[in-house]
Each structure stands twice: as C-alpha cells, then as structure tokens.
Ligand binder design. Sequence first.
Ligand code: SAH
Length: 492
Amino acid sequence: MARQEKAGQAQVCPLAKKCGGCDYQGIAYEEQLKKKEQTVKKLMKGMGEILPIIGAEDPYCYRNKVHAVFSRKRNGEIVSGIYQEGTHKVVPVETCQIEDQKADAIIGTIRGLLKSFKIKVYDEDTDYGLLRHVLIRTGAKTGQIMVVLVTRSPIFPSKNNFVKALRAVHPEISTVVLNVNERKTSMVLGARNITLYGKGYIEDELCGCRFRISPTSFYQINPAQTEKLYKTAMMLARLNKRNVVVDAYCGIGTIGMVAAKTVKEVIGVELNGEAVRDAKVNAHLNNMNNIRFVEGDAGVFLEGMADREETVDVVFMDPPRSGSSEAFLQSLLVIRPKKIVYISCEPQTQARDLQALKKDYKIEAIQPVDMFPMTEKIETVVLLSHKKADSYIHIDVEFGEGEGKIPVDSIAKRAEAYKPKEKVTYKMIKEYIEAKYGFKVHTAYIAEVKRNLGLPMYDAPNAVEELKQPRKHPTPEKVEAIKDALRYFAVI
Ligand code: SAH
C-alpha cells in the first residue's frame, strides 16, 4: 500500500542523508512541484508558454523498476541497496519510499537465500564472486513481475532450486531471467539473457495498449504518470486519420502505438535491438498494422528521410538524457513536419535542442509532468509548430478526384507565400501537377525531363537509379505539365 503524505507534511526517509537518491527528501510534495516549475521557468524563460506542472496523485512507491546492487561487508554480512551518490559504496536499503514495495520484499528474500545456496556476491575490486545486481520490473496493470539476476558468469549453481525457493515465498513472480555481465563495468546489465523461469519478459498496459517488456528494453518507470504524459503528448499533437507520424527514440513503441489508433501510419525508430523486437511483437499484440519499426540511430534515419525528400506530419521525439543529435535536428529542419512533440527527461538538453529548431518552429506550449516525485528530475513535453505550416508544401488536404482537389489559385497563393530558400523538391512539383492537371507524375519522369533540359540531378539519387532501369517515358502531356511546374517554381 502506498504511503500518504499527512497534511502537506513530507515523510522523512531514514536513509535520506546516506543514500542521496531523493534530492527533495523532506520537502512537501506541493512544494516540490513548485520548485520544478521554477526550474523549467528559469531554463525556458521567454521560449514559450509554460503550463502548470502535472503532479502525481500519489508521489510514493511509484517506481516499477527497482535495482539493488549486492555487496559484502567486512564482517561477511551480505547487503543490498544502492551506490551512495558519486561513490561505489553500497548503502543498504530494506525499503524505499519511491520503490514498488513488493519488489523491495523480493530483493530482501533473495538476500536471505544467498547464504544457504552458497552464492557469493561479486566484488568489483577483485572481480571475484557471482551475483552483481538484482533488477525487478513490475507491470502495474497486469501484476506481472520479472526478476533479473545479474551475474558475473552464466553458471548459477542450483538455479532451479533457487528459483523454486524464491517462488515459494513469492508465487506472484512471473519470470526469472539470468543476465550475464562479465565486464568490469559500472553498467548494470550485460548483453546476454538466459530465462530461468517463465517467459523471459513481462507485459503491462498503458493507455489501453498492451506492451511486452524485455529485461534490457526501456520502459517508463512511473506508470500512472506515464499515462498522463502520453495523453498530454497526444492532446498537444492533435492527430487525425490523415497523419503520417514518426516516433523517434521509440523504445518498445509505446508512444507510436498510442498514436497509431488515431493516425494513418506510424514509423518508430530505436537503437536498441531488443526494444525493437519488443516493439514489433507489441504491434501484433495490439492488432496494429499501420505501424512499423526501424532499428538504428534516429539521426541517421531522419537524414535518410531528408535525402529521399520524404516528409511526415508529426514527429514525436523522446531522446535519452543527452538529448538529440545535430544530425537529427538539422534533418528535422529539412523534413519540416507540421508539428514536433519533444518529450524530454532532461530539460537542460531539451532547451539546447529547442534553440536549434527555433528558426523554423514556434514553441506553442511547454508542459512539465512530474514523473519522478522526491527527486529533482523533471520531464517536459514541448509542442512545436512549423512557422509556415500553411505554406505550400504542407497542404493538409488529401489530393484526390473531384471535390477534394485544391483549387489551383489557392495553391498558387500558398506557393507565393512560401518562398523556398532551398531547392524545389520533387514533392512540390508532383503536388503542383496533381492539383493543376489532376494526374500524378512519377519522380523518374520529372528526373528525365530535368535531365533532358540539362538541369542538375544531384538531388534525386533514387530517380537517377530508376532511370537506369528500362521503363516507359512520360507522355508529351506529362512532359508539358512537368515543364510548366519547373517554370512555375522558376527552375527554368
Ligand atoms: N519513447 C520511449 C523511450 C524513451 S527513452 C518511451 O516512452 O518508453 C529513449 C530511448 O532512446 C531508449 O529506448 C534508447 O534505447 C533510445 N536511444 C538512445 N539513443 C538513440 C539513438 N541515437 N537513436 C535511436 N534511439 C536511441
């Protein structure tokens, strides 16, 4: 059961001074929220409207992921807890105000079992011993629990009996995984997972979607606030059925999948292969066939989109604490989505990145959400809209037959208002022709006409490739339409 704050009086943790994990220990929750708002105001002053922070109903016991490092005291006693801030000294922790209470109890049971199973805890200095860390993840909605035993070696003596003994005390455990970390490193998890019991992953639910979570995949640690965070992101994006959306830094695909219910298509991009595998399974779990995932660096992926002259309507981005990359931000400026929803767990790097986008984007709203009560960590969602969202290349109406068509003079007005400093894109030419003539022209046809006119081709490598293949040539009518468009955009 969660603890309650009595009459604005914060509960004081006995470990507060030693542990250092909760910077806002002893500060009433309302006061913590005010402090966070102040921090955001200071960092983002003058950048855009800062909305009141969204606080938590219950600021205690929210962490669904609990990590304990194991160590041995000089007198031989086994302890588990957290590293004292800035050191490698372990502060023993039995229970913690912000952690899931069941997880704390399971860690206590593991600590008690080690002696009878003769399992040695790992010693960093000598590189000797077996058990390094224990990680517990719980699904708040499903009640599923995953125990990850991080060990120095894949050989865990009497592993089946160990799992049996652990489950005898905690039958609620759904899966036990051995994670092998053989390196002398401060990183908690290694690359190899061996399932000792159950499926090797757990599932949870957020915003009506079901998600599978593997040991090393990222998953937001405060489920109640995550739902508020995602709903805020969706509300700010104001998605519709025509939208094509990118979910960058997508983890197991949570944001993209919540968005997929409302939009035409979602592309998620994520660096961690295990998270991408989870994301693909999650799309099936939720019967979604309008979402796909790409494994790789988000910056490289966006650069590719920019090169191919692709565009999307909305980009959600949720990078790690270090923020986004120059490649990503610069590509955003080329792709020019109408809206960007930038979610961040480090407003400092977010403020830096926003500076880079400011030239073409207006910051419409900055919404802090308290994902990490008792700590000074802040999460913010920022909505950016393109300053020329109504310009020619962002026409919001589907081109089609009959009445859906945009009158040419309105296109012309938009095109006039929009004076491209950069090159005229193939997409612009195609849209112009479709609106004016009512037919589509292939990129390769435009490239062919440009080549015949002796114009540079460097900006359409794909079209040049396609031209090498034997294919039909454009009809005279299409050639004329393309020339007309090129004249219109002052290319010839
Ligand atoms: N949006 C997700 C995950 C956010 S955490 C959610 O709400 O759950 C940030 C994610 O970015 C992590 O999953 C991390 O693996 C991923 N990541 C880190 N660097 C990346 C990069 N260069 N390109 C793509 N993804 C990256």
